[in-house]
Design a protein around this ligand. Structure first.
Ligand SMILES: Nc1ncnc2c1ncn2[C@@H]1O[C@H](COP(=O)(O)OP(=O)(O)OP(=O)(O)O)[C@@H](O)[C@H]1O
Ligand SMILES: [Mg+2]
Length: 688
């Protein structure tokens, strides 16, 4: 007898479950996506014990008839796909026909579903992949799926589950982010003890952000929107001889980006605050992460990350979603086009908005970027490699650890969760109890009343505007308008009137908006940085010959780095020749750079460039190197602090700063100009 055997379905499903379901949040993700695919407008998620004991999701979608309900738990059973060709243009979140059988193989599941067209709905119980009961039941249109005792039959998996609060935090992050992608739908997340998320329908994403995170968060974010027509569809065209001449020319469609991005003053230590949705699917994607980082290059420090909510829409044929079992990764058919579109749209938005940093906000956001917008150890995607321990272990990176400790409090995108109190949902008498749920008394009344507005649970205190429908709530509306108007910008820098200097280091200036404080060194640094980059672009960098060549001693490894960047340095105005094995003779340098500043600048660039590996992406390295050289020259030749400036020079500096693309921050990411707004001043003096 041969050795090879076909695995029983049960085992195959458990293996598939290993890829799809690794924690309660991944169950919630699959069920939420199913509800959205079913066209639900209202989705209510309830969890007990962080989802380990119970996860229940109720939706008002199109439901299933009895046959479909039974089929749904079969492997590779899906209503979303028929032929292999359909795979090329998937418009639904699910398509693999794997989620329900996978979940059912590692938990006890009860499904209640009705289409509304038939006399009776269906109630189905299934445990460890085995169907226990199928009954008719009187149910409203929609589907409710309860998943209890997750991993009850796979103890090894169960062991990997984290504390209840952590699992709940993951679930919260997930629900929150799907709520962001669908402002027009009603989302609720309830734990046994309180309402964690309550987001009634609103018309705009800004309102949803306000609803979930509150006014302060909204005030730190700026909207972005861009759209381009695609020149051609991403799929390869059939060869001309195979083309049907009668076939109408297909419109390749548009590429659309909407979302929110943070002002440069708000910086994070990791990527956890960047959320990317492609056709409303939450994904992680290195390409787009890179595009976002590029957009913020030389606006925030290279070690910091912005907060970005990015919604990309494109024809389904432009993106392959079938690349990861948990559907959390995608592959774009026109990768570089999408990368550049995202980078350029964000950068243009930043240049246009030129958001001014408020004085008080800058104090709060001071250099130690807070660690993450997520609750402890959380990432929006199950098993995401981006998720980092919180707080970081002291031995891993002492500085980061200190920064986190110092700044652990402010600004969290996800509402902070109160400590979990052991308890059960009022309607599940004994935790998971498949038999008991047939009894409408036990939970059915609650479920029946689920979609009656009067049955809404009271809003929890952790959700700033929980329960507010921003569209109908005047307070929410006012806050929204205020937050949108509050974005003072730097467009009027050129018309400011300088009053004088503070300690010969900061320029004080007045304008319509209020009182401005401008850091003269970083302001000049930004002006020079952009000029150097421009001049370099057109090969017009001004150089000056030194009266005497300056000799610079380098260590052997520095000589190696120097050799690599010598050509770029030359194009930036340097004339350097070897003078012995470890000495360089600098004969000319960019205008404005001399003496020790010149020496320090060279050492700095060599030091920074030593980290560069021989990465394959040559162009990218070159752009980064140019940026570094320009930033370093600018920094070392800019006006220093403790330098007196006459009014003419101050005015000149403000005018020049106004002309730059990013007057918000210096190339290293420090703020340049802070505004004490007229409103803040009036408030501080109790005039309003
Ligand atoms: N909440 C729901 N409302 C209506 N139909 C549902 C719901 N959940 C699941 N279904 C039906 O059950 C089928 C199987 O669901 P399942 O999640 O296992 O697969 P899928 O969504 O098609 O693909 P994937 O495995 O990628 O999620 C779906 O195709 C859908 O027809
Ligand atoms: Mg699914």
């Amino acid at each position: 007898m041969g050795r090879i055997r076909i695995l029983p379905d049960q085992v195959a499903n458990q293996i598939a479950a290993g890829e799809v379901v690794d924690r309660p949040a991944s169950v919630v993700k699959e069920l939420l996506e199913n509800s959205l695919d079913a066209g639900a407008n209202r989705i209510r998620v309830e969890v007990e014990a962080g989802g380990r004991r119970l996860i229940r999701i109720a939706d008002d979608g199109h439901g299933m008839n009895r046959d479909d309900a039974l089929l749904a738990f079969e492997r590779h059973a899906t209503s979303k796909l028929r032929t292999a060709d359909d795979l090329l243009s998937i418009a639904t979140l699910g398509f693999r026909g794997e989620a329900l059988p996978s979940i059912a193989s590692v938990a006890r599941v009860t499904l209640e579903t009705a289409t509304g067209d038939e006399a009776a709905g269906t109630r189905l119980e299934i445990a460890g992949g085995k169907i226990l009961h199928v009954d008719d039941a009187a149910l409203p249109r929609g589907t409710t799926i309860a998943v209890g005792d997750l991993f009850f039959n796979t103890p090894a998996r169960r062991k990997f589950l984290r504390a209840e609060a952590t699992e709940l935090a993951h679930v919260t992050a997930l629900v929150t982010h799907y709520a962001l992608a669908h402002p027009e739908k009603h989302f609720e997340l309830l734990s046994a003890t309180h309402t964690v998320v309550s987001a009634p329908p609103v018309t705009r994403t800004a309102e949803r952000i306000y609803q979930i995170f509150g006014k302060d968060t909204l005030a730190q974010l700026l909207p972005v929107a861009a759209e381009i027509p695609l020149a051609h569809a991403g799929l390869p065209e059939p060869p001309p001889w195979k083309k049907d001449p009668d076939e109408p020319v297909r419109d390749p469609g548009n590429l659309r980006l909407t979302g929110f991005y943070s002002k440069p003053e708000l910086q994070k230590l990791n990527r956890n605050s960047i959320y990317i949705f492609v056709n409303k699917r939450l994904i992680r994607d290195r390409l787009l992460m890179h595009a976002i980082t590029e957009a913020y290059r030389n606006v925030i420090p290279p070690t910091s990350f912005p907060v970005v909510l990015l919604f990309l829409e494109m024809p389904p044929g432009e993106v392959d979603v079938n690349v990861h079992p948990a559907k959390t990764e995608v592959r774009f058919r026109q990768q570089s086009l999408i990368h550049d579109f995202v980078r350029d749209s964000l950068r243009t938005a930043l240049i246009k908005a030129r958001p001014a940093a408020g004085f008080l906000a800058a104090l709060d956001n001071a250099p130690a970027a807070s660690p993450s917008l997520m609750p402890p150890a959380t990432s929006p995607l199950p098993g995401s490699p981006e998720s980092e321990p919180f707080p970081p272990q002291p031995d891993s990176d002492p500085d980061a650890f200190q920064a986190v400790r110092r700044d652990a409090e402010p600004f969290e995108l996800t509402p902070r969760l109160p400590a979990p109190v052991p308890g059960k949902l009022p309607f599940a008498a004994n935790g998971f109890n498949p038999g008991g749920w047939g009894d409408r008394q036990a939970w059915g009344e609650a479920a029946a009343a689920l979609f009656q507005p009067a049955s809404l649970p009271p809003a929890g205190d952790c959700s700033p505007a929980a329960g507010d429908a921003a569209g109908t709530n005047p307070v929410a509306e006012t806050a929204l308008v205020e937050a949108e108007q509050a974005a003072a910008n730097l467009n009027h820098l050129g018309s400011l009137r300088p009053l004088g200097q503070l300690r010969e280091s900061f320029i004080l200036a007045t304008g319509e908006d209020g009182l401005w404080i401008i850091d003269q060194h970083v302001a000049h640094e930004r002006v020079l940085f952009e000029k150097i980059l421009r001049d370099r672009q057109i090969e017009k960098v001004q150089r000056q010959r030194l009266l005497m060549p300056m000799l610079v001693e380098l260590k052997p490894w520095q000589m190696v780095v120097f050799a690599r960047i010598a050509e770029e340095l030359e194009r930036n105005g340097f004339e350097v020749e070897p003078f012995g094995p470890q000495t360089l003779a600098v004969k000319a340098a960019p205008v404005g750079l001399e003496g020790t500043a010149l020496e320090r600048m060279l050492a700095e660039v060599i030091e920074q460039s030593s980290a560069d590996s021989d990465e394959p992406k040559q162009n990218e390295d070159l752009a980064a190197l140019r940026g570094r050289i320009a930033a370093s020259i600018a920094c070392h030749s800019a006006i220093k602090v403790n330098t007196p400036l006459d009014p003419v020079r101050m005015e000149w500096l403000l005018l020049e700063l106004a002309k730059t693309s990013h007057p918000t921050s210096c190339p290293h990411g420090r703020p340049i100009a802070l505004l004490y707004s007229w409103k803040e001043i009036q408030r501080a003096f109790h005039r309003i």
